[in-house]
Design a protein around this ligand. Structure first.
Ligand SMILES: Nc1ncnc2c1ncn2[C@@H]1O[C@H](COP(=O)(O)OP(=O)(O)OP(=O)(O)O)[C@@H](O)[C@H]1O
Ligand SMILES: [Mg+2]
Length: 208
């Protein structure tokens, strides 16, 4: 699909409507890495305890409980986001990354921070973009989208890649697909590709 996978270092925006599979894709990415012995950090912006998240994703076969809390660190940013201090959020993230040195990082979900930071959000994004470049990791950033705006332009500006997940209504059913809009530094297959979510997680069917 993405020949050679997601380059390290780089950052990719994963956009899609609710239930389109953003969290699933990100978790699958971290557990895949853990299987290869790679460390990963999952930054949770929505203030959800680790146990709850683990229970939610445990329906997937790719979840290996031994990796959760060891190779995969789960950091709940909720408390520090609630304070609304942009410096504190960035400092916490940077500190965790520099001490754990993960190869794979997930930030789920970024626009939520906008509602708290308000005017400070653009500055926060700008600074996050700069900090990410100093991390030696592949960073996935998720964002909820609505049908009118498939992805938030302000986040796309600071990432090297953009992937959109669709769950389109077709008659009475829905069809899932994925589109790679941009991916700097790699060649990729243009257009939409069919996608399935099963107990195995996400499967992409390139070209379909
Ligand atoms: N074991 C499973 N088999 C098949 N489908 C599943 C399984 N577990 C969850 N799902 C489905 O996967 C979909 C993707 O959910 P996910 O939480 O990854 O989406 P999301 O884009 O992160 O949504 P949100 O924006 O609300 O956080 C859900 O609609 C859910 O119904
Ligand atoms: Mg989610």
């Amino acid at each position: 699909m993405l020949e050679g996978g997601i380059p390290v270092p780089s950052s990719v925006l994963i956009s899609g409507e609710t239930g389109s599979g953003k969290t699933t894709l990100c978790m699958q990415y971290l557990f895949k890495g853990a299987e290869l012995g790679e460390r990963g950090i999952y930054f949770m912006a929505l203030s959800e305890p680790a146990e709850l998240m683990l229970r939610f994703i445990s329906t997937y076969e790719f979840v290996d409980h031994r990796h959760f809390g060891t190779l995969i660190r789960y950091i709940d940013l909720g408390e520090v986001i609630e304070k609304g201090d942009e410096d504190e959020i960035l400092e916490l993230m940077d500190r965790e990354v520099r001490s754990f040195m993960p190869r794979r990082i997930v930030i789920d979900s970024l626009p939520f921070i906008r509602t708290v930071l308000k005017d400070g959000y653009n500055r926060f994004l700008f600074r996050l973009g700069a900090i990410m470049k100093s991390w030696d990791s592949a960073v996935l950033i998720t964002a909820e989208s609505r049908s009118s705006t498939p992805y938030p332009q302000d986040i796309a500006c600071i990432t090297d890649g953009v992937i959109i997940l669709y769950n389109m209504e077709i008659g009475r059913t829905r069809r899932r697909s994925l589109e790679i809009l941009k991916m700097m530094g790699t060649s990729h297959r243009a257009g939409k590709h069919a996608l399935d979510i099963t107990s195995k997680g996400i499967t992409v069917y390139p070209g379909l």
